[in-house]
Structure formats: C-alpha cells, structure tokens
Design a protein around this ligand. Structure first.
Ligand SMILES: Nc1ncnc2c1ncn2[C@@H]1O[C@H](COP(=O)(O)OP(=O)(O)OP(=O)(O)O)[C@@H](O)[C@H]1O
Length: 258
C-alpha cells in the first residue's frame, strides 16, 4: 500500500504570540500519496512554515493535519517524514557515507550493517555511490546537496519535505539536480513536497503546483501539470511547458523568478 497522503484543514499560524499577525490563515490543502507537490510563491508568503506544518514538524496555532488517516504527530514518531533543508549542513569531518548514515542512526539509536546498507543504497539512488568516501570539502555544491537527499532517503520516509534545496546552486547544476530528483521520485514512489521560488523548476518537477500569496499566506491557485513523464530538459521546448510557466508567472506576486 502506498502511503504518505497529507490532508490539512483550517491551518492558521501565528508566530510567538496568539494575537500577532497570521503568517498562514484558514488554509486547506490535500497532497495525494506518491505525488510530487510544489509550494510556489514570493519570499515570506509562508512556504517553509507550511512545509514544516504539513510534515508535523511545526505545530500550527489552529487547524488539523492528517497523514495517512492519523494525526501528523504519529507520522513523525514513526519516522515517516524526511527533511531536506536549503543548505546540506553536512558534518565536515565525516565522509559522504557517514553523513548519509547519521540521521538514521540517531533516529534508531543503533549503528549497524542495516544503517550502512540503507545509506549506501540511498547514495546509489542519488548517483554518488562512487563518492561515498569523499569528505564534504571534496564535493561540489550539487554533490553535497545530493548527500543531504541521501541522508533523508536513508531513513526511508514515506514523505520527503524539500525546502528550496537547489536555491544556492548555479543554473546548470540546478537543472541537473532537478532531472536527478525526478528520477529519484519515480524510483522511490515517495510523496514529495517541494518549496521553491522558481516557476520553471516547479513546472518541471511537479504533478501539482500550489501557488501561494502573502498577507496572510494562503493558496491562491492550484495548477495540475499535465506533461508527460519522464521529463528531461527537452520539456523546456514543449509549448505547454511555456504556457504553464507563463500562466503561473501572471498569477504571482513580485519576487519569484522564472
Ligand atoms: N521562527 C519564526 N519566528 C517568527 N516569525 C517567523 C519565523 N519563521 C518564519 N517567520 C515569519 O513568517 C513569515 C513566513 O516565513 P516563511 O519562512 O515560512 O516564508 P517563505 O515563503 O518560506 O519565505 P522564503 O521564500 O523567503 O524562504 C515571514 O514573515 C517570516 O518572517
């Protein structure tokens, strides 16, 4: 049975104090199991906040998050949520393999052949099997970010939350990483919730793009991306790709980039 479906109702978030401004207000969202869903929107609209709330990592001030029919906290407890942050945050003195093992070992409290095999498998999935003994300073930015993805995959979560993981990479590496991520998603069947400012990245990767607006953060439009898979850089030449990008750009408040 595939798992990792998320349903959120009436989400409200106010940081710090209850009568402060709402970062998110009365927000509903459904994320089907196994889908690739992107939260797109201008800086400060609450994408990262919503991402963490959907994964049960951050408690909203109001609303309900249900993952596979149970409160989100159960999915967190069962290690069904993996997080890839904006920066890879690797331990500089540990190899790619040791970094990829680390979270699983902390979560399970055991260091054994199982954790090693899970990390090795995850590094193969991200295309870094041959680089497993390299230290972070020997890795390019894209490789370091792939180790970060492997570290999350080694936990074998049903849901992968990705908070603008490729934002710091150059354009060519970013395109390569997007192709690699699409492959990983297809190979693993995980539910991926992805945050980005980039419209073209959102269209390339997603089944569904939820476009968010500001003040308060909310979903202003949901667009299903009906482009054939697997998608490669050739999709950039597809007129429908350009139409999706143009449509989303028209809807966006300033600060997002194509
Ligand atoms: N821990 C926090 N405490 C107080 N306010 C916060 C906190 N985290 C985020 N905020 C505020 O919540 C709002 C939404 O922030 P969030 O990071 O979720 O937006 P975002 O859309 O992901 O932004 P960006 O694209 O710039 O990363 C912002 O006004 C931000 O200042």
């Amino acid at each position: 049975m595939r798992t990792g479906g998320i349903s959120a109702r009436g989400v409200e978030m106010r940081y710090g104090y209850d009568d402060g401004p709402a970062v998110l207000e009365d927000l509903d969202i459904d994320i089907p199991s196994g889908s690739f869903t992107t939260l797109l929107g201008p800086s400060g609209c609450g994408k990262s906040t919503l991402l963490k709330i959907l994964g049960g990592i951050l408690e909203p001030t109001a609303g309900d998050i249900v993952i596979d029919g149970a409160p989100a906290a159960a999915a967190v407890k069962n290690r069904q949520i993996g997080l890839c942050p904006q920066r890879p945050a690797l331990l500089p003195w540990k190899s790619a393999l040791e970094n990829a093992r680390m979270l699983r070992e902390i979560a399970t409290g055991s260091r054994n052949s199982e954790s090693r095999e899970a990390a090795e498998h995850a590094l193969e999935l991200v295309g870094l099997g041959a680089a497993r003994h390299k230290l972070p300073h020997e890795l390019s930015g894209g490789m370091a970010q792939r180790v970060s993805i492997a570290r999350a995959l080694a936990m074998d979560p049903a849901i992968l939350l990705m908070d603008e993981p490729f934002g710091a990479l150059d354009a060519i590496t970013r395109d390569e990483m997007n192709e690699k991520l699409a492959e990983i998603w297809a190979a693993t069947g995980k539910t991926i919730v992805f945050v980005t400012h980039s419209i073209s990245e959102a269209v390339f990767l997603s089944d569904v793009v939820h476009m968010m607006g500001t003040s308060p953060g909310r979903i202003v439009e949901t667009v299903e991306i009906d482009l054939d898979r697997p998608r490669t850089s050739e999709v950039f030449e597809n007129p429908h790709f350009g139409e999706y990008v143009a449509h989303l750009r028209d809807q966006l408040e300033p600060t997002a980039v194509a």
